[in-house]
Design a protein around this ligand. Structure first.
Ligand code: FE2
Length: 382
């Protein structure tokens, strides 16, 4: 088997890096930029600021702020219409995973035609999309640097996993000063999403030494800094560390892929429009309990990265420490304890479990699951 490693060519990190967005658009040869974002960021004034940087570099901007949380095929279609009508020639996404995924979807359809539904699966595109600069505002989905694009099909309510190397942004920007605008709940949920990326990549069936190094460092940083970032959003040391953590977790899962936490969380997002990070955080210890038999030593490695002491413990006890530490972190940052609190209904388990087994993320889970296993995990997470 051969392995690939994907990521954007240019990645800007650190305080003030968002100011370079205009220069980067200019280098990419853009004249008129479609800024894909959401209404909250427009209200906060961030959209004007970023559009200002782009215009200072001599480019024109058009704002499309119709990316909803859990972006849909309809959002993509509307954005595509604005892009064509305004004759744009490149895209800047401003926001977290939702805005970035919506921007990727627009780019994919602009470059390849048809509907976004045609690209569900792996590498379905045949032509490049317009240049995309992704300015990330959360830590995070890491969508600014991955080849993953998740769009909800509004007819089936399924979150379509589009995994395509051509949706990778040309330039990613992670500026911790922008992350400092995130409220505590969003910081907690997106931080747990990043942790889930690192954990699922570390136990994935296609993990490599490169993705392992990224995943373990991400886990270490998240356990050191996520609580502080939630407690005090202006803590720039914590915000800076979390941008690196989520980026490293992105490097890990962009190449080692994910597992049943994401495959199942996508169904909860599609069915009930629930926040992705919260669904992951709740499912994470339950899926990893199921996964532990595949390679318990990997769970001991993760426990060590989480700051747990494992000296003198059996492999089993050391591995258990990783699950306990995940639960404690979730509790400390006020993640809901179970799916029951989110009004998830048992009657939907079977359909969601069937769809989860078809989700591209499930293919690299370290334990092969039967339908009953997936249903049982949903039940345990209630
Ligand atoms: Fe995720």
């Amino acid at each position: 088997m051969t392995y690939s490693f994907f990521m954007p060519t240019v990645n800007l990190m650190g305080r003030g890096s968002a100011k370079e967005v205009g220069e980067r658009c200019k280098i990419l040869g853009g004249k008129k930029v479609l800024v894909v974002t959401d209404k909250d960021l427009t209200r906060l004034g961030l959209v004007n600021r970023i559009a200002g940087y782009i215009e200072e570099a001599g480019l024109k901007t058009v704002v499309f702020d119709g990316a909803q949380p859990n972006p849909t095929d309809k959002n993509v279609e509307k954005g595509e219409q604005v892009y064509r009508k305004e004759k744009c020639d490149m895209i800047v996404s401003l926001g977290g995973g939702s805005s970035i995924d919506c921007a990727k979807g627009i780019g994919l359809v602009i470059g390849n035609g048809g509907s976004i539904r045609d690209y569900e699966g792996v590498d379905k595109s045949t032509k490049p999309m317009p240049p995309l600069v992704a300015v990330n505002t959360t830590s995070g989905t890491a969508s600014e640097m991955t080849r993953f694009c998740i769009i909800t099909n509004t007819d089936t309510k399924v979150k379509m996993a589009i995994v395509d190397w051509r949706v990778t942004a040309s330039v990613s920007i992670n500026d911790p000063e922008i992350m400092a605008m995130m409220p505590p709940g969003l910081t907690a949920a997106t931080g747990m999403d990043a942790l889930t990326h690192a954990v699922e990549a570390y136990v994935s069936t296609i993990a490599t030494p490169i993705t392992d190094a990224c995943a373990l460092k991400a886990i270490e940083l998240i356990f050191k800094y996520l609580r502080s970032a939630v407690a005090y959003g202006e803590n720039m040391e914590a915000r800076d560390a979390m941008t690196y953590a989520q980026f490293l977790a992105g490097m890990a899962f962009n190449n080692a892929s994910l597992g049943y936490v994401h495959a199942m969380a996508h169904q909860l997002g599609g069915f009930y429009d629930l926040p992705h990070g919260v669904c992951n955080a709740i499912l994470l210890p339950h899926v990893q309990r199921f996964n532990m038999i595949a390679n318990p030593l990997r769970f001991v490695d993760m426990a060590v990265a989480m700051g747990e002491k494992v000296d003198g413990l059996s492999v089993r006890d050391g591995a258990e420490k990783a699950l306990k530490a995940i639960r404690q972190l979730s509790e400390d940052i006020s993640i809901p304890a179970g799916l029951g609190q989110l009004n998830v209904k048992e009657e939907d388990f079977e359909t969601m479990a069937k769809n989860a087994m078809k989700d591209a993320c499930s293919f690299t889970n370290p334990v092969t699951a039967k339908l009953e296993d997936v249903i049982n995990i949903f039940r345990a997470a209630m």
